[in-house]
Design a protein. Structure first.
Length: 341
C-alpha cells in the first residue's frame, strides 16, 4: 500500500501542510525544529493508530484545539485521524471508529537516532523497543501487554494503600501471571528467531567474521512460579509500594563474540548490529504479515558512515521510504525542504 499524499492540520508545528510522496523514497530536509519528525509521526499514527512519541493532547499545535491527519494511498483509499481535544476518531471507508481498524493498519519499520544507542541503553528502553516490534508482529502480544500493564497498574495502586492485604491483590496477581506468561513465551520465541539470523545479516554489513546474538533475560520461568513469587513477596512489595518481580523487569542483552556487546563492541560495530536488527525486523514483518513495511528513517543518516548509509538504502530498495535529514543525499529522489516556523 503506497502512500500518495499526507495532509496535516494543527499537527505539532504544522498548521496546514501537504506532502506529495514519491512511491520509492521521499526525503524531507531542513534544520532542527522545523517539523521533519512530526511528519513521520503523523504517518505512523495514521498507519498504526497511535503516535510513537506522545499522547494526543501534546500533539495539537500550540494555541489550537484539534489536529487532523489524512493519508491518501495510490489506490484511492484514505485514512483520516481526527482529535478534537477530548477524543480521537479514525475515518476509514466513510466509517468512524475510536480505534484504527485492524484491516486499516499497515506495518512500519521505524528507525530513530536513539535506536543506534539501543545496545547500551537502559533495560526499560530495550523493553519498550522490542514491545513495539513484537506488538506489530502479533495482535495477541499487543493484547497481553495491554492487559498485563493494566493489572500491574492496579496492583501497584493497591500496594500504596495503608490497609491492603494479600487477598486484595490476589485477583491482579492471577492476571499478571496469566498475561506475563504469554508475554514471556512470545518474547522468547521472537528473540530466538532474531538470534538465529543476526550473525549472518551483521556479517553482510560489517564484512567480517564476528558472531552476534541477543539474549532474552527473564526471572519468570513459569506461570505457577510467577504466582508463587508474587504471593511470597507481598510484604516486601507493600513496603516498596510497587511490584518488584515480573516480566515488566525483563531485559535483552546484545552479545558480541561471546561477551556483552556494551563495552566490548566499537561504535561502528554497535551501529552494524542495530542496522542488522532493523533488516531482520522488516523481514519478520513480511514473513508474519505478508506485506512490505513502510520505512521511516528519522535523521539516522547523519549518524552513519557512507558505507552503512548505502547498505541501508540498498536493503530497503523495495520499500517505500520516508527519510528526514539535516543534510543532503543527492542520490535520493522526492526531496522536500522544510523551514523552521
Amino acid at each position: 500500500m503506497v502512500i500518495k499524499r499526507v495532509k496535516l492540520n494543527n499537527f505539532r508545528s504544522h498548521d496546514g501542510f501537504v506532502l506529495d510522496c514519491d512511491p520509492c523514497t521521499t526525503k524531507i530536509i531542513g534544520e532542527n525544529g522545523c517539523g521533519k519528525t512530526s511528519i513521520l509521526e503523523a504517518i505512523y499514527e495514521a498507519m498504526q493508530g497511535k503516535s510513537f512519541r506522545a499522547v494526543d493532547r501534546e500533539i495539537v499545535r500550540r494555541g489550537d484545539e484539534f489536529y487532523r491527519v489524512e493519508l491518501e494511498y495510490e489506490d484511492g483509499r484514505k485514512t483520516v485521524v481526527m482529535y478534537d481535544g477530548e477524543k480521537k476518531e479514525f475515518l476509514v471507508e466513510d466509517k468512524k471508529t475510536r480505534r484504527l481498524p485492524k484491516k486499516a493498519r499497515y506495518p512500519i519499520v521505524l528507525f530513530e537516532p536513539d535506536d543506534l544507542n539501543l545496545v547500551g541503553s537502559s533495560p526499560t528502553s530495550r523493553r519498550n523497543y522490542f514491545d513495539r516490534v513484537f506488538g506489530q508482529l502479533s495482535e495477541k502480544y499487543n493484547v497481553a501487554l495491554g492487559r498485563y500493564n493494566k493489572a500491574l497498574k492496579q496492583r501497584n495502586e493497591l500496594l500504596k494503600q495503608e490497609m491492603v492485604d494479600a487477598g486484595d491483590v490476589f485477583s491482579w496477581d492471577v492476571l499478571l501471571t496469566k498475561y506475563g506468561a504469554e508475554l514471556r513465551n512470545e518474547r522468547s520465541e521472537y528473540i530466538n528467531q532474531i538470534s538465529e539470523k543476526i550473525t549472518e545479516v551483521y556479517r553482510s554489513i560489517a564484512e567480517n567474521e564476528d558472531k552476534i546474538a541477543i539474549r532474552y533475560v527473564s526471572e519468570v520461568e513459569s506461570e505457577s512460579g510467577f504466582l508463587a513469587r508474587l504471593e511470597r513477596d507481598f510484604e516486601r512489595d507493600r513496603l516498596l509500594g510497587h511490584t518488584s518481580f515480573g516480566v515488566h523487569r525483563d531485559n535483552y542483552e546484545f552479545v558480541f563474540n561471546g561477551v556483552q556487546a556494551d563495552g566490548s563492541a566499537s561504535r561502528g560495530e554497535v551501529r552494524s548490529m542495530v542496522i542488522a536488527l532493523k533488516f531482520i525486523e522488516a523481514e519478520m514483518v513480511v514473513e508474519r504479515l505478508g506485506r512490505p513495511p513502510v520505512v521511516l528513517l528519522d535523521d539516522v543518516f547523519s549518524e552513519l558512515d557512507e558505507t552503512r548509509q548505502k547498505c541501508l538504502v540498498k536493503n530497503f530498495q523495495n520499500n517505500q521510504i520516508f527519510l528526514t535529514s539535516c543534510g543532503s543525499q543527492e542520490d535520493l529522489t522526492g526531496c522536500v525542504a522544510l523551514k523552521r516556523q
